[in-house]
Design a protein around this ligand. Structure first.
Ligand code: PAF
Length: 287
């Protein structure tokens, strides 16, 4: 069936019903639909996900929703950057057809009583420090996947544990969506792009690159045959010495995120979270 012409600027849908009406028309045309879930404040990392979605589908939906349920009471929900007008411009330039930008009442109507809580890859790491986080993420991503029912949904490896959680969620609920994970986009000095990098002072920004460098060096030491725990302890000490407060720097099974039982023969991922002043940075690399 011929594809309908691509609109010049994205339609902005505020409700699930409105979004579903647009999706239904595309589905009738047999078009392949991609979803890129975001919380807005779009940077090059997000745009990379959108470009990948663009290449893999006929129609791209980007959701912009700062999801309250994935923030703890003392976290940065109130101050999280909200930049819808410039986000829309960036998405228009990439030829995105639809933006889903609901308000909190649309996503969590009065009396909301349903959450998705997960174990498996959601256990440990982020959950040890942000116990509310993955219930919030799984619930909102579950809702977005059910609302859009895309052929593919694209996420960044920057939030590696989140990617594993979403893959498991889609598999466990037998959702008909392929979850695509894309490599982290980095600044020239190695810092992983994140909307929260905007919180860093100039001096913190200079230091922030240390996390990627320490992870690279620790990974090299392990690849070169170094023993895992002492190498990680050295990495943590290097981060402490540079002024970070480390939540974790660990090596895990890259697929299950479980602790390694046979380090030489399992796929391995190093994951880190550390505070620099009031900003919490996370990063991860394959080992
Ligand atoms: O990675 C994010 O930006 C968010 O956690 C997500 C996946 C959009 C859910 O709110």
């Amino acid at each position: 069936m011929p594809a309908s012409p691509t609109p010049a600027s994205p339609a902005i849908h505020r409700t699930v019903d409105d979004l579903r009406a647009a999706l239904a028309a595309w589905r009738r045309e047999g078009l392949r639909i991609a979803l890129v879930p975001t919380m807005g404040a779009l940077h090059e990392g997000h745009l990379d996900l959108v470009r990948a979605a663009r290449e893999r589908a006929d129609r791209v939906v980007v959701s912009i929703f700062v999801n309250p349920t994935q923030f703890g009471p003392k976290e940065d929900f109130g101050s999280y950057p909200r930049t819808e007008a410039s986000d829309v411009e960036k998405l228009a330039a990439l030829g995105v057809e639809a933006i889903f930008a609901p308000n909190a009442a649309e996503m969590y109507p009065e009396g909301f009583a349903t959450t998705i809580s997960m174990v498996g890859p959601a256990l440990g790491l982020e959950t040890d420090f942000r116990p509310h986080f993955f219930t919030g993420v799984a619930t909102v991503v579950g809702k977005l996947l059910i609302a859009v029912m895309p052929d593919i949904a694209v996420f960044g490896e920057k939030d590696y544990q989140q990617l594993m959680v979403v893959r498991r969620l889609a598999r466990d609920l037998r959702l008909p969506t392929e979850i695509v994970g894309l490599p982290t986009v980095r600044e020239a000095d190695g810092l992983a792009l994140s909307s929260r990098n905007a919180y860093l002072s100039a001096e913190e920004r200079r230091l922030a690159t240390t996390i990627a460098r320490v992870m690279r060096e620790t990974a090299e030491a392990i690849r070169a045959g170094g023993t895992v725990e002492p190498a990680l302890a050295e990495g943590r000490a290097a981060l402490d010495a540079a002024g970070f407060r480390v939540d974790y720097l660990v090596l895990r099974n890259a697929e299950t995120l479980a602790e390694l039982t046979d380090p030489a023969n399992e796929p391995r991922r190093m994951l880190a979270a550390a505070w620099l002043g009031k900003t919490r940075l996370i990063d991860n690399i394959a080992v």
